[in-house]
Design a protein around this ligand. Sequence first.
Ligand code: CS2
Length: 491
Amino acid sequence: MDSMQHGTRLSMHTLASVPASVARPSYDIEGTRIGIVHLGAGAFHRAHQAVYMDDLLAQHPDWAICGVSLHSRDVRDALGPQDGLYTLALLGEQSRLRVVGSIRELLWAREESAAVLARLAQPGVRLVTLTVTEKGYCLAGDGLDLAHPDIVHDLAMPDAPHSAIGYVAAGLYQRWRQGIAPYTVLSCDNLAANGHRLRRAVLQFAELRDTAFAAWIEARVAFPCSMVDSITPATDDALRERVRHELGCDDAWPIQREEYTQWVVEDRFCNDRPPLEQAGVTLSQDIAGYDRAKLRLLNGAHSTLAYLGSLMDIDSVGDAMRNEALSGFVALLMRERIATAIALPEGLGASTYIDAVLHRFRNPSIRHRLSQIAWDGSQKLPVRLLSTIGEALAQGKDVEALCLPIAAWMHFVRRQALRGVALVDPMNDVLSALGRACTGEAAKDVSAFLVLAAIFAPLSADERFVASLTHAYASLGDASPGQVSRVLLAA
Ligand code: CS2
């Protein structure tokens, strides 16, 4: 630690001086070759897929990653001068640091579009992975949102795309024209049936370009589904400080995650694949059950904590779990309302799974802010909670408790609008306007939200749903912490 001066950056030059207490790649980093292009090289990717690949590169050096950022230059600018190296803090009983070396190239698509397209055309690239968040897929209903500005742009200029769909298609197009085998396209986002949805979107896009190209994709390209899981709180100053102290040099963008990690991948690749099972990935023929359990139970509970907890002025998941009214409610919701409404995979015991998730939420080494989870509610709620409500309704079950987090989101939207705080949400404009127009009168406010078909169709036509949601919204009253707490205790 003393051998390096403050202000020195982590890089290939300084790696050897990092103290032995910090784990680092055991392989010859510069001897690796890029086999994966990853779209969306943010914190989650760097905490998850890139770490699995880091574990494989010693034995399989041709699966290094080219990390592409579609919108922001920040990752490239932070990690470029560090030769792609960065530090991961694994947060558990004995938190430890690890330097990851699997991202060998960083590109910012807006400025380096040609380089991204050149990578996508290389035969050595056999896999394209994505973490672009729910909104990055530009979906509307079951298919592609053809009115989305990025899609409109990409259809007009397919060789200089903006969207993830545009890049996946542009890369495949080059390979089709040049007779190069296609790559597998693997979605790693929290979307149900993510591979199927991505496939449909890419096919729709391709058909508008050239039907023969679309037919080739249909016949040759694999879009496996995958389920990813690891809690990844945003980087904060405490982490930067800790890393500087333990490494003895600066890392412009270290990241952190819980120790626990899971990746279940549908075993359907069209052009070779990394031996993921050697890194602890579960390869399965059908991942739908895992997918459902994770999105509905873990992510559904997360969003519940985020909106109810924000109304109660609670800051983090850990704090929320220490609040008896809220943690009691979320446990009840998971056990008695979600797990009972959805089909879980064989062999996955609901109560063991729920206990494990609640235990992870209580991890004292993690400060996972509710404000981070509250982002993009318009994209997350349909996948995480509204789908469960739909299934519960079809089974004739009571959905009052399941409607409470949805009503809390509406109150949250209203509160932020009244405070003049913009939402981090692609639908911010329409939601903020709605929030400002709310009067507090439940029937009126709720029906104004229900007009948003992208979020609420087809549920908005169900009378039981509308009645339960209106009742839940009314019960939250002025949405003050005290009132929310009373409602939760009574639920
Ligand atoms: C969280 C997820 O921010 C959120 O919406 O619910 O990022 C969650 O932490 C991960 O999906 C856990 O695997």
